[in-house]
Design a protein around this ligand. Structure first.
Ligand code: ATP
Length: 456
């Protein structure tokens, strides 16, 4: 990550180059919603594809699902969300800004373990230490209230208590409720995993920091169902797999660390995050949680369906434990963009901004650039060949130097230039984004050359 990188620079680059736009921009935006543009959608899709490949495609014990966002409201009673999915909120009476009490304490007193505090303890702590409003500097707080994080909507034509439905605040319930379906149809033997990628919605008190915390986001989640005796081993294995995955995607060791939770949910046996050093500092990137048999026991109780597993080899009947691994696709995209960004000073003193994405993640794998407009017919022929295999960009406008810079800024690993020699001998130059070196290749070798470089 470039030491000059700020969130503002990244937001501006994203906007200028088609990675991410403000949601509903022509209406003045809609707070904390973001739209992925033509470049960003490719990057995010490639991240999701990489996750699916490692955790579903290559794992014989993992099965994918794509569950409905709207679920029977009983699901959220069973999961405990209706009763307790809330954050401690307090408002500054002077400037009306709203904060999370836990964040307020954490930001001021780094060593305090807010995770262990009750609402009352947080309130007392803020009063005793006279923590002031970070926005206006006054000390004039409302009492702490619990703020519900689930978005509610209603179904049907008549509004009323029983018509309330919720936008899911996490995808994992779609995996738990399908435990029996997947186990039966896939003849799955425990341990096995159910994985899913999908949208979640949270009415966050303090959203912000670009893609880091939004009210609508995508999660890549996997629940591993296992015997209680092997659950701790599997938990540790997933910690390692989760770390390897983000390193494979280009995040560097220096910017990654584990954070083991000390305060656990009453049902949990262990929990940790992987934190990443974002431009805003160290923050959670993903979570790995040992959830005991809480989820299946609650769904058994609330649905009346027995969710026990009968081991065909030992005849033991038991409720499997769950190891959950969950990572936000948008938050990971932000981490990958932050890591990839570099302002490089060139030999001639100019600076270029380069996004050093791993080639398999790059939005466009190759750009086809005719040196002059009258070479465009040949260039389009080359584009046609390459675009059958990869996402390709085509650009014939402006000086070649400017076109290279644009591709560097969107992280295209290769630029293919068509010149007059191409018409003579069917060869092109191919320029490497990182080294800026160029070699000459026959057109017929381009596909295999690029394919080799983008393998994941
Ligand atoms: P946080 O402590 O940051 O609120 P969390 O512990 O509530 O996160 P989980 O419920 O474990 O998060 O969700 C798993 C992952 O989903 C997180 O690690 C993060 O990558 C992503 N995520 C959660 N909330 C948001 C959000 N509001 N915006 C973007 N991504 C999110």
């Amino acid at each position: 990550m470039d030491k000059n990188l700020t969130m503002e620079k990244l937001v501006n680059l994203c906007k200028a180059r088609g990675f991410v736009f403000q949601g509903s921009e022509i209406y003045g935006g809609f707070a904390n919603t973001w739209d992925f543009g033509p470049v960003g959608v490719e990057l995010k899709n490639n991240i999701k594809k990489a996750w699916w490949k490692r955790f579903v495609q290559e794992d014989p014990m993992a099965y994918g699902v794509d569950a409905a966002i709207l679920m029977n409201p009983r699901v959220w009673e069973a999961s405990g969300h209706v009763q307790s999915f809330s954050d401690p909120q307090l408002d500054c009476k002077s400037c009306k800004y709203r904060f999370r009490a836990d964040n307020l304490i954490e930001e001021k007193f780094k060593d305090v373990d807010v995770e262990r505090m009750t609402t009352k303890e947080m309130e007392d702590y803020i009063n005793e230490h006279k923590i002031k409003c970070p926005h206006c500097g006054n000390f004039n707080w409302t009492p702490i209230r619990q703020f519900k994080l689930m978005f509610e909507t209603s179904r049907g034509t008549v509004e009323g208590e029983k018509d309330i439905v919720y936008l899911r605040p996490e995808t994992c319930q779609g995996e738990y409720v399908n435990f029996l379906n997947v186990q039966r149809t896939m003849r799955a033997k425990v341990p096995f995993a159910i994985a899913q990628i999908g949208k979640s919605f949270r009415n966050e008190i303090t959203p912000g920091n670009f893609l880091f915390r939004t009210v609508e986001f995508e999660q890549m989640e996997l629940q591993m169902f296992c015997h209680p005796n092997e659950s701790m081993d599997i938990y540790n294995k997933y910690k390692e797999r989760a770390m390897n995955f983000v390193e494979e995607l280009g995040l560097t060791k220096d910017n990654l660390r584990f954070h083991d939770h000390e305060k656990l949910a009453h049902y949990a046996k262990a929990a940790c995050d992987i934190q990443y050093q974002f431009p805003i500092g160290w923050q959670e990137l993903n979570g790995i949680h040992h959830r005991g048999d809480w989820d299946l026991s609650r769904h058994s109780e609330f649905s009346g369906k027995n969710m026990e597993y009968l081991d065909p080899y030992t005849n033991e009947k038991y409720l499997p434990n769950v190891i959950e691994y969950s990572i936000g696709a948008d938050r990971l995209t932000l981490a990958i963009m932050s890591e990839a960004y570099e302002e490089e000073t060139l030999e001639n003193g100019e600076t270029r901004v380069v996004m050093h994405f791993k080639p398999f993640l790059a939005p466009f794998k190759v750009a086809v650039l005719p040196l002059q407009k009258n070479l465009s017919e040949k260039a389009k022929e080359v584009y046609k060949i390459l675009s059958k295999e990869f996402m390709c960009d085509y650009d014939e406008a402006g000086s070649i130097g400017k076109r290279y810079r644009r591709q560097d800024e969107i992280g295209t690993p290769y630029c293919v230039t068509i010149d007059f020699d191409t018409l003579e001998n069917n060869t092109v130059t191919i320029r490497d984004r990182d080294t800026m070196e160029q070699i000459r290749l026959p057109i017929q070798d381009l596909v295999s050359y690029i394919q080799k470089a983008i393998k994941f």
